[in-house]
Design a protein around this ligand. Structure first.
Ligand SMILES: [Zn+2]
Length: 328
């Protein structure tokens, strides 16, 4: 049997493992993402590749390649991290494949983290046998991956499908990316917390909700999780914020449906830990908007592969791309 070495590079942790074509992760290790310099991340990746290659060799497992998924804008053909993300310091302008190729003979594939999530779900998860789908990860930001005609949409060099930066309000708040009113500023965990802080700031003392008055003095303690907790407890301000997040997401999804004509939208990421009710609300709102012939047939579902989806998507690349890009 053949195996692949996968590495999933996130803002707080790096997960690495050895996986077979069916998506069974046999060996998995996690590391903290180095916080200082890109050299430290590269060094860690070299160590991971060395030690997992040795483990595979000792256990008689044949590796066919290495797949890496990372946040940021990735030039897939060149295997280069172009511009990174606010979550991983100094992670930009890194010719990663060239550097790592000096340490291994295995073919290496490097792809954006949400693109590999879409790939994982399309190959082994909820999107199996679906040719046209969109995957959205709602976490610190909103990441996107588009599969159209069975292939990942990359654009000219791999920067396509930045779906979190579809604007839903041209007069909206300034986004990290420099654009305005991006869906990420409303529907990410960070966006939900931001909207709650703004609501609380103008919350009149006379209304007398002691919890909200407490957070008025401690805005730094407001997180998206807190907003969901307050909402479950019946807080109407929190409910308003969550409804805005769902509404913004639904408008963005309808724009995506109009653009890409998918049959499936897959929702994942930390915000989705809230569960099925969140997806149901998005489904309902999306169903009220847009062009009927395009919107009505679209299914909206949660991810299926869970916590290992990023790792599985990273690791599956050698099999998915191996033939297309001429692996020897
Ligand atoms: Zn943006």
């Amino acid at each position: 049997m053949e195996y692949s070495l996968g590495i999933d590079i996130g803002g707080t942790k790096i997960a690495a493992g050895i996986m077979n074509r069916e998506g069974s992760v046999l060996i998995k290790k996690t590391f903290s993402t180095p916080k200082d310099k890109k050299d430290a991340i590269v060094q860690l990746l070299e160590n991971i590749i060395f030690s997992l290659s040795e483990t595979a060799k000792m256990e008689g497992k044949k590796l066919v390649g290495i797949g890496i998924g990372t946040a940021g804008q990735i030039d897939f053909e060149k295997g280069k991290v172009l511009s990174g993300t606010a979550n991983i310091k100094d992670w930009n302008d890194v010719p990663l494949r060239d550097i790592l190729s000096k340490k291994t003979d295995l073919p290496i594939f490097i792809e954006n983290d949400v693109n590999v999530l879409a790939l994982a779900e399309q190959q082994l998860g909820v999107g199996r046998n679906v040719e046209n789908l969109i995957c959205l990860a709602l976490g610190t930001g909103v990441g996107g991956g588009v599969i159209t005609g069975g292939h990942l949409l990359r654009g000219a060099w791999g920067g396509g499908a930045e779906l979190g930066h579809i604007t839903v309000d041209m007069n909206g708040p300034l986004c990290n990316c420099g654009f305005q009113g991006c869906v990420e500023t409303y529907s990410s965990g960070t966006g939900i917390a931001r909207m709650m802080r703004e609501e609380i700031k103008s919350y009149p003392e006379s209304e007398g909700n002691s919890e909200l008055l407490y957070y008025q003095k401690h805005p730094e303690e407001v997180t998206s999780r807190l907003v969901f907790e307050l909402m479950s407890a019946g807080n109407v301000v929190a409910e308003k914020v969550v409804n805005t997040a769902i509404n913004a997401l639904s408008f963005a999804i309808v724009s995506m449906i109009h653009t890409f004509n998918p049959s499936l939208i897959i929702l994942g990421g930390g915000v989705l830990h809230e569960g099925e009710w969140f997806i149901q609300k998005v489904r309902k709102r999306v169903g009220e908007l847009g062009i009927r012939s395009l919107v009505d047939p679209v299914e909206i579902k949660g991810t299926q592969l869970g916590n290992d989806a990023g790792l599985i998507g990273a690791a599956i690349q050698p099999w998915v791309y191996g033939v297309d890009v001429g692996v020897k």
